[in-house]
Design a protein around this ligand. Structure first.
Ligand SMILES: *[C@@H]1O[C@H](CO)[C@@H](O)[C@H](O)[C@H]1NC(C)=O
Ligand SMILES: *[C@@H]1O[C@H](CO)[C@@H](O)[C@H](O)[C@H]1NC(C)=O
Ligand SMILES: *[C@@H]1O[C@H](CO)[C@@H](O)[C@H](O)[C@H]1NC(C)=O
Ligand SMILES: *[C@@H]1O[C@H](CO)[C@@H](O)[C@H](O)[C@H]1NC(C)=O
Length: 355
């Protein structure tokens, strides 16, 4: 009897799976279970998804659209995964009903447009990942509807951002904007980010840093500007970055560092990364304000010279050490050096006496 019941149950399950596979392949209506979630489709359109679990995983399901109200009554869900789907747009209040969701992952979709209210009514949302989509702009309603957001990932989109793009995100601590279309940092673009600690702008096409561009980022600790095409840093560009500890400027087009005021204001800086820049003219006075910073990993100029100026920064402003990489032979040099001609395998001119 016992085994007979089990056998019948088994047959029912096999039949149910068979039925579901027929329904799913018919592209009309389909209900499937994934990690205890009940998920309903109309074609590739998600019409309803509910779970009692705290994770609702809808990743990699080829979803092309989400019908209004699809997430109603999901009080338990804290994490919603919709990454690696085919979503192109998110309409108003798409996520309404996810009353306690903290993290939404939309990475790797085809999203070009977001309704102003796409993320409204999500009072607990702390982390939003929109990386690897096709966004060109962020409409002003979006940051305003996310007052508790702490982490925003916008990597690998096509964003070019204007003034006040993030106003409303007063609790945001991490903002990632790597590999976008940012060829300039517009005045006031970071307004309102009063609690930002990490800003990542790696791999854009930024060519200049304007005066006061980071002015209001008083809590920022890490700023990554590496792998851009920055060739000009205006005086006062880093003004206001009172808490900054790490600054990545490596992999840019800086050829001249002469202005004694370019790094002014970076009182807490611990490490400044400048490698992989074609630096040929350098006045060490520009590091004068960096009280406790290390310039890492020393300069490498056309792979010929490594200049180690960490001693200079730590001790006095009168001496630093430099060495030829090939011979590894240390020299003691005075400051206020102009380096020219890094191309000629020979240093044409050092403004020092000891060499
Ligand atoms: C999504 O679509 C691809 C390509 O058509 C297919 O290979 C894959 O099995 C689909 N995945 C799901 C979960 O339907
Ligand atoms: C599919 O979803 C979109 C929202 O993305 C909705 O506007 C549309 O009516 C849905 N289509 C069907 C056939 O359910
Ligand atoms: C620079 O000097 C410091 C101490 O003087 C040393 O620890 C560090 O390895 C040196 N860096 C390079 C790249 O030579
Ligand atoms: C640095 O060198 C320039 C000439 O190249 C000179 O005019 C200037 O006084 C020097 N500054 C210091 C602090 O030695």
């Amino acid at each position: 009897m016992q085994s007979g019941t089990m056998h019948t149950n088994y047959k029912v399950i096999v039949y149910a799976v068979f039925l579901i596979s027929i329904l799913c392949s018919s592209t009309l209506y389909c209900a499937i279970n994934k990690n205890d979630a009940h998920i309903y489709f109309n074609g590739k359109n998600l019409t309803k998804a509910t779970t009692n679990d705290d994770i609702l995983d809808l990743s990699a399901m080829n979803i092309t659209g989400i019908a209004p109200g699809a997430f109603a009554d999901n009080d338990a869900v804290k994490i919603l995964r919709l990454n690696e789907n085919l979503l192109v747009t998110l309409s108003s209040a798409t996520f309404r009903g996810l009353n306690h969701v903290k993290h939404i992952n939309l990475m790797g979709n085809l999203i070009e447009q977001l309704d102003d209210n796409a993320f409204s009514f999500l009072p607990d949302l702390e982390e939003l990942d929109l990386s690897d989509n096709s966004l060109t702009a962020l409409s002003p309603g979006i940051p305003k509807s996310l007052p508790k957001l702490r982490q925003l990932h916008l990597n690998a989109n096509k964003l070019f951002l204007m003034e006040n793009s993030f106003v409303g995100l007063q609790d945001l601590e991490l903002l990632e904007l790597t590999s976008n279309n940012m060829f300039d940092l517009y005045d006031g673009v970071f307004n309102g980010l009063d609690n930002l600690k990490h800003l990542d702008l790696y791999g854009n096409k930024i060519s200049e840093l304007r005066k006061d561009i980071f002015q209001n980022l008083r809590k920022l600790q890490e700023l990554d500007l590496s792998e851009n095409i920055i060739w000009l840093i205006h005086e006062g560009a880093f003004q206001g970055l009172k808490s900054l500890e790490y600054l990545w400027l490596n992999g840019n087009q800086l050829s001249t560092l002469e202005d004694a005021k370019i790094f002014q204001g970076l009182r807490k800086l611990k490490t400044l990364y400048l490698h992989h820049n074609p630096i040929s003219v350098l006045d060490f006075n520009c590091f004068r304000n960096l009280r406790s910073a290390t310039i890492e990993p020393g300069f490498r100029i056309n792979n010929k010279i490594i200049m180690n100026i960490s001693d200079f920064i730590k001790t006095s402003i009168s001496k630093y050490t430099c060495a030829f990489e090939n011979y590894n032979e240390p020299y003691t040099c005075h400051i206020n050096i102009t380096l020219t001609d890094a191309n000629n395998e020979k240093i044409r001119k050092f403004g020092i006496s000891d060499l």
